[in-house]
Structures are given as structure tokens and as C-alpha cells.
Design a protein around this ligand. Structure first.
Ligand SMILES: Cc1cc2nc3c(=O)[nH]c(=O)nc-3n(C[C@H](O)[C@H](O)[C@H](O)COP(=O)(O)O)c2cc1C
Length: 173
């Protein structure tokens, strides 16, 4: 039997938020680590599944970051970021980049390309971006980046996020 839930938003409060989370969670995404660097050279990064391609010409992509994120000031000040698209064996890395304590880059090798934002090797794809547009939308800040350099390796299987859980895709040959 169908377990579909229909809800009109507007009542506010936890009920709406839970329903929204559950409904948004039905949209399957990949998982990325968004990185930038602080003025003192410290590497900054957070796990994000809000990455979306925006435009081919010019080459634009976006990521949405919680206004409460500790990475926000560094993303704003740097004016650049790199989106590192994780593969199926990167689950631990995805969790590491949500750590509240300690160094998220512990044991993580990084490369430096043109902008200086850390690039994680061995990913499915990396998009080095210069911030093109920033605007607040509700409780998130949207960073639209112009892609200045990229790398991709489609031979990997992607790390997938659906209904609050990491998953693998089953690819039929
Ligand atoms: C799969 C997954 C996807 C996430 N996507 C986002 C996202 O798109 N934007 C965001 O702000 N936080 C996202 N988060 C939460 C952040 O990674 C997490 O809150 C992190 O601790 C933020 O760190 P910061 O406050 O140092 O920036 C996601 C977490 C997970 C596990």
C-alpha cells in the first residue's frame, strides 16, 4: 500500500520542517566536499550535497551553505571554492568533513591548482570555481561559482545520498 504523505505547508514549526526534510530527501544527489582556504592559509571544507550545475556558457555551478556554517566567513572572504565530487568509497571522508572537532583534513592529501582552494585527489570530479554571485535564500547562502578548471574520472562509482543515507548505485551493464 502506498505510504504517500500530502502536506500543505504553512502551519510552521517542526512538523513542516520534518515533512520538507523527508520530501527533499526523496531527491537523490551525489555528495561533495566543498573547500576553500582561510586568509591564514588554513584549509577549510565541508560536506555538501547541494551542488548543482547551472550553466555551460558561461560555466557555472552552485552550492548552498547553511547561514550557521562556520565555513561561511572563509567562503565569503576567499571568493573562491572547489567542489570535490566523492565516489562510493568516500563515505568515511564525507563524514570526516562534517566533524565539529579536530582537523577535517587529517590524513587527507590535497593538491593546489590555480586558485589555492584545496583539491582532493582521486575524486570522481573536481570543479575549481571563482565566486561569480552570492545571495541569501532563506536559511542558506547560495554560492554560484564560475568553473575555471576541472578534472573528471567517470570510471568511479558515485557516492549517493538519498533519504538521509549514503548509498551506492547499482549499474547494469
Ligand atoms: C550528505 C551530507 C550533505 C550535506 N550537505 C550540506 C549542504 O549542502 N550545505 C550545508 O551547508 N551543509 C551540508 N551538510 C552539513 C555539513 O556538512 C555539516 O553541517 C558541517 O558540519 C558544516 O560544517 P561547518 O559549519 O564547519 O561549515 C551536509 C552533510 C551531509 C552528511
Amino acid at each position: 500500500m502506498s505510504q504517500a504523505v500530502t502536506i500543505e505547508l504553512g502551519g510552521g514549526g517542526d512538523h513542516d520542517v520534518r515533512a520538507l526534510r523527508n520530501a527533499f530527501g526523496c531527491f537523490t544527489t551525489g555528495v561533495t566536499v566543498v573547500t576553500t582556504c582561510a586568509a591564514d592559509g588554513r584549509r577549510v571544507g565541508l560536506t555538501a550535497n547541494s551542488f548543482t550545475s547551472v550553466s555551460l556558457d558561461p560555466p557555472l555551478a552552485l552550492v548552498c551553505v547553511d547561514l550557521k556554517s562556520s565555513s561561511l566567513p572563509m567562503l565569503d572572504a576567499a571568493g573562491l571554492f572547489t567542489v570535490n565530487v566523492l565516489h562510493a568509497d568516500h563515505q568515511a571522508l564525507a563524514r570526516q568533513f562534517t566533524r565539529k572537532e579536530g582537523d577535517r583534513f587529517e590524513g587527507v592529501e590535497t593538491e593546489t591548482w590555480s586558485t589555492g582552494a584545496p583539491v582532493l585527489p582521486g575524486c570522481m570530479a573536481n570543479f575549481e570555481c571563482v565566486t561569480h554571485q552570492v545571495f541569501d535564500a532563506g536559511d542558506h547562502r547560495v554560492y554560484v561559482g564560475r568553473v575555471v578548471k576541472l578534472r573528471y574520472d567517470p570510471d568511479h562509482e558515485p557516492l549517493v545520498y538519498l533519504q538521509g543515507r549514503f548509498r551506492r548505485v547499482h549499474v547494469e551493464d
